[in-house]
Design a protein around this ligand. Structure first.
Ligand code: UDP
Length: 460
């Protein structure tokens, strides 16, 4: 037997990027691979605070070693200007990461030497660094494959005059990159930031670097599966789907949550009738204004069914959470609010009827794997693409439409939830897709084989 492989994992510092790479790391650790997981100092502290001590010690017996490097921000900057992080990361993190890698490679202990670096495509510079240092590297794409396809088509979009060299669409139109992909409005390109052309230019340039990340990598993985994206092999021939990534059942593995999971909601779910509960969660970054928050609360009340609602402490723009007058008393018998839920476990619970979601890719995969139909309420970036896949391609959900002033009204929420729960076609499609997803990750399935193949290659 060869020596134990050691993989260094570098996510982008955001919840939707850390979590899937943590799940990938759990699988590697379960297969006997040593994993060093590199967060920024800020995120590392948040994960450690959120995890119970016995579950996530820095040097746990789980095989996953959590370490951190500076990201160039002061603690107060995170709230003041979240976009500043995008600028400091590629400027500040690389030299700290390189120091860390060099120390490991120079260690007298053989098992410290890094066999392979797995990095989120958005931290493309870590993959370039691995190439420079002569270390094998795997790029990981944490969002929909259709979105990566769009990014890889940027040169063609510029050439065709659909966008200019800063990524700004020259006109509002619908485009389709492949017959099996949903049509896409140029107004919904993920790098669009019309209010600030300088930020847009920066985001666009960073997004474009995905091309470079793929070019320098030995493997390119996605949290997806072949049946979900039948066009994968035609459009991105070297992409290797390994999803849906599921959390490990092994105790002691770090989960990568930025907030402490409130497990009491699971016993609350145990008391609800089968297929009755609306699960409502908007990931880690969605923010509502007070008016929209009130409409959502009143919409859930109007539906009159049990609901479990994740209300993060920062869900309302700049203020503390205030519910509409009397709301909490009126829903006390059938509504439950938590600050952060164990989402995969919640969605797997038999009491869940549907998932009202912002359509983040990880949440989309969570819902698909559990066969739960969606009510879609995208907020920004790739979430509009994911909504189109859910509603128009896979037919496993319905979208919410805003009224003239841009608000999703309580009546729209009530109508769509009622419509969804009566839709037998959507229910059956969701169950079919769940079966397919399960087959892909079960022993012998396509994603399972892809992952096993990778483990074998790094063990050689
Ligand atoms: N999540 C969770 N508990 C919650 C809400 C979300 O564990 O109460 C997890 C969810 O399972 C997913 C991640 O947080 O892995 C959110 O990622 P997603 O891509 O859906 O959205 P983002 O936060 O990036 O907008």
């Amino acid at each position: 037997m060869g020596k134990q492989p050691h993989v260094l994992v570098v996510p982008y510092p955001a919840q939707g990027h850390v979590m899937p790479l943590m799940k990938m790391s759990q699988r590697l650790a379960d297969a006997g691979v040593k994993v060093t997981f590199v967060n920024t100092e800020f995120i590392h502290a948040q994960i450690m605070a959120a995890a119970s001590t016995e579950k996530c010690e820095e040097k746990s017996g789980s095989g996953i070693h959590l370490v951190s490097v500076p990201d160039g921000l002061e603690p107060g900057d995170y709230k003041k200007d979240p976009l500043k992080l995008m600028e400091t990361i590629p400027r500040v993190m690389p030299c700290h990461l390189e120091d860390l890698i060099r120390k490991m490679q120079q260690s007298v202990e053989d098992h410290d030497h890094i066999t392979c670096i797995i990095a989120d495509i958005t931290v493309w510079w870590a993959l370039e660094m691995a190439e420079k240092l002569g270390i094998k590297r795997a790029a990981f794409w944490p969002a929909a494959v259709g979105v990566l396809t769009l990014i890889l088509h940027i040169p063609k979009l510029v050439e065709a005059g659909i966008i200019n060299s800063n990524g700004t669409p020259t006109r509002n139109e619908m485009i389709q990159l492949s017959p099996s992909m949903p049509t896409k409005s140029t107004a919904e390109f993920l790098w669009n930031f019309p209010h600030d052309p300088i930020i847009q230019k920066f985001i666009f340039a960073e997004t474009f670097m995905a091309n470079q990340a793929i070019k320098v990598s030995n493997w390119v993985f996605s949290n997806s599966f072949y049946d979900l994206d039948p066009y994968i092999s035609d459009l991105i021939p070297n992409l290797i789907p390994i999803g849906p990534l599921l959390e490990s059942n092994c105790p002691g593995q770090p989960a990568g949550s930025f907030w402490q999971e409130d497990l009491t909601c699971l016993s609350w779910l145990d008391k609800q009738p089968r297929c009755s509960v609306i699960y409502v969660a908007f990931g880690s970054t969605t923010i509502f204004n007070q008016h929209q928050f009130d409409e959502l609360a009143l919409g859930l009340e109007l539906v009159g069914r049990p609901f479990l609602w994740v209300v993060r402490s920062n869900l309302i723009d700049g203020s503390t959470i205030v519910y509409p007058n009397g709301f909490r008393d009126r829903i006390a018998h059938h509504g439950e609010m938590v600050k952060w839920a164990p989402q995969q476990k919640v969605l797997a619970h038999p009491s869940i009827a549907c998932f009202l979601t912002h359509c983040g890719w990880n949440s989309t995969m969570d819902g698909l794997c559990m066969g739960v139909p969606f009510i879609c309420w995208p907020y920004f970036t790739d979430q509009f693409h994911n909504r189109s896949c859910i509603c128009d391609v896979w037919n496993v959900g319905l979208g919410l439409n805003p009224d003239e002033d841009g608000t999703i009204s309580r009546h729209e929420i009530q109508n769509k939830v009622e419509k969804l729960l009566c839709d037998e076609g959507i229910r059956l499609n969701s169950l079919r897709l769940k079966e397919t997803a399960r087959k892909c990750v079960s022993e012998g399935g396509s994603s399972w084989k892809n992952f096993e193949g990778f483990i074998e290659q790094i063990k050689c």
